[in-house]
Design a protein around this ligand. Structure first.
Ligand SMILES: Cc1cc2nc3c(=O)[nH]c(=O)nc-3n(C[C@H](O)[C@H](O)[C@H](O)COP(=O)(O)OP(=O)(O)OC[C@H]3O[C@@H](n4cnc5c(N)ncnc54)[C@H](O)[C@@H]3O)c2cc1C
Ligand SMILES: NC(=O)c1ccc[n+]([C@@H]2O[C@H](COP(=O)([O-])OP(=O)(O)OC[C@H]3O[C@@H](n4cnc5c(N)ncnc54)[C@H](O)[C@@H]3O)[C@@H](O)[C@H]2O)c1
Length: 450
């Protein structure tokens, strides 16, 4: 068809920007639109600002761990407004920089809500644009909750923009968002409570390490309730009552702020996917492995909005954006390789995973060798006074290949990348052990973890 654009990208987060730049660099006429400033969740409302705030919390925690070991931590406090200014020093320049790069690469940028009006047309602010293909990269939004008063909750974006921290925060949901944000707030002196309705929070992670992390969280001032559901949130004269239920017994928790950390769902608000025959489900746009829509061949999807087996993480959004671009440009059907993608919960200390859980291997009936170590007494952790650290590596005894690695400890979010590499490249523990690491470093601990 004779369309205005070869490709129109909806959503200027990591998936959308990656694909737009790739296709424009190959001479395609590309348009991109976002409702919000360019940069997406990770750079503006997720990974990056969160980890800047975490840095302040880490320093408080580091000093506490070294108290009586040469550091006098009294008087050390977290200056939230100054930390927020530090965060803005990074985030404020992102949208302009991202949009300039896109423009320099020849991509036409638009601002507004995109809405499909046909298989080849979108409406933005009342103007229609035609394209031969579309990439849906609209990300995710907080999952709608079912209890009364759910509209009183703030989401992670609002938390990451708070001008001041309140005294008491309840987090609904015991996943990435609640644990990471509670670990920051607790180090600023906030009383935090996490409420999760599952039997154990952070269910995608190794349960033994989760138990250790929950204990360490409680020592930091975070109460964790499992098997507990929120039945209502109501206003009080000073804050909120959070009504909770466990084993049919009800009680209330008072809070000054209630935060949504109960999951995210693909964001199709206002897109009118039906107008372009784009099938979708709870996991996202219904796509083939090569990221093309199953119902409309002119549409691809990538990142949090795509119904793929990939986890909802930034590196996955980036490589799905690359694969979608390459498939559209070359007319091929390459599928993304999800092997060896690590994930980290940036608590203090952090919890990491790559590959299989012990329980998943057992469910598959695989013979495995489990190498568990309490690493809290190892030199690296003794040096900094850390009391909670452990590693669990799952090895295939027949081939010596690493099937999974689970690490809880300070700095282990760097070590997990090596395990990711080993899984992706099919390295054995013998090969990993043959690597000489600088000493003393976390890398030099790796050989003792299996
Ligand atoms: C608090 C938080 C912390 C996180 N921390 C990490 C982390 O440490 N590491 C990690 O790997 N992942 C992290 N994630 C997940 C990561 O941010 C996402 O997986 C990633 O940003 C997804 O990228 P994306 O391009 O698919 O979507 P997004 O970055 O969400 O971009 C989608 C864009 O589409 C736009 N959009 C939506 N609908 C429309 C429309 N109709 N018209 C126009 N524009 C539209 C949105 O405004 C948005 O800017 C975190 C997420 C959150 C919420
Ligand atoms: N470090 C990172 O990589 C990072 C950080 C933040 C977010 N993310 C991404 O964002 C996604 C969303 O994060 P999240 O923490 O909101 O979700 P999550 O899926 O990680 O965890 C949600 C938790 O809330 C619980 N829950 C759901 N409804 C509930 C209810 N009504 N009451 C009590 N508990 C309830 C679930 O059992 C689950 O444990 C993540 O899955 C991840 O993909 C990643």
């Amino acid at each position: 068809m004779n369309a205005e654009y070869d490709l129109f990208v909806i959503g200027a987060g990591m998936a959308g920007i990656t694909a737009a730049n790739r296709c424009a660099s190959q001479g395609w006429k590309v348009g991109i639109v976002d409702t919000l400033p360019y940069g997406g969740t990770c750079a503006l409302r997720g990974c990056d600002p969160k980890k800047i705030l975490r840095r302040g919390a880490e320093i408080i925690d580091d000093a506490r761990l070294m108290h009586g070991k040469g550091i006098n931590q009294s008087g050390l406090t977290l200056d939230w407004p100054a930390l927020m200014r530090h965060k803005h020093g990074f985030t404020d320049d992102i949208p302009g920089a991202m949009e300039s790069t896109l423009k320099r690469n020849g991509v036409s940028s638009f601002h507004g809500d995109a809405r499909f009006v046909s298989r080849h047309h979108v409406d933005i602010n009342g103007e229609q644009h035609s394209a031969a293909r579309f990439l849906i990269a609209t990300g995710a939004r907080p999952r709608p909750l079912e209890f009364s008063g759910q509209e009183l909750l703030v989401d992670s974006t609002e938390f990451l923009n708070l001008e001041a921290l309140p005294r008491r925060i309840v987090f609904v949901g015991g996943g990435f968002v609640s644990f990471e944000l509670a670990h920051v707030a607790a180090r600023a002196g906030v009383e935090c409570v996490i409420i999760d309705h599952g039997t154990k929070p952070l269910r995608a992670f190794d349960p033994d390490l989760v138990d250790l992390l929950v204990r360490r969280s409680e020592q930091a001032g975070i109460r964790v309730h499992h098997s507990t559901s929120v039945s209502a949130v109501t206003h009080t004269s000073t804050g909120f009552h959070v009504a909770i239920e466990r084993d049919r017994a009800t009680s209330n928790i008072d809070a000054d702020l209630v935060v949504h950390g109960a999951g995210r769902v693909p964001n199709f608000d206002g897109l009118d996917l039906e107008a372009a025959d784009i099938a979708h489900g709870p996991q996202g746009i219904d796509v083939f492995g090569h990221l093309q829509s199953r119902s409309n061949p002119y549409v691809y999807a990538a990142g949090d909005a795509a119904g793929t087996p990939g986890e909802r993480l930034t590196p996955v959004a980036v490589f799905e954006g690359k694969v979608a671009a390459s498939n559209m440009l070359k007319g091929i059907e390459t599928v993304p390789d999800y092997a060896g993608v690590p994930s980290t919960v940036f608590t203090i200390p952090e919890l990491n995973r790559v590959g299989m859980l012990e329980q998943e291997a057992a469910r598959d009936g695989r013979e495995i060798s489990v190498r568990y170590h309490d690493t809290s007494g190892w030199y690296s952790n003794y040096r900094i006074g850390e009391t909670t650290a452990a590693t669990k590596v799952i090895v295939d005894p027949a081939t010596d290949l690493i099937l999974g690695a689970h690490l809880l400890g300070p700095g282990y979010s760097e070590v997990i990348n090596t395990f990711g590499l080993a899984i992706k490249l099919g390295l054995t523990t013998r090969q990993l052990k043959s690597v000489t690491a600088t000493y003393p470093s976390l890398g030099s601990d790796l050989g003792s973890m299996f």
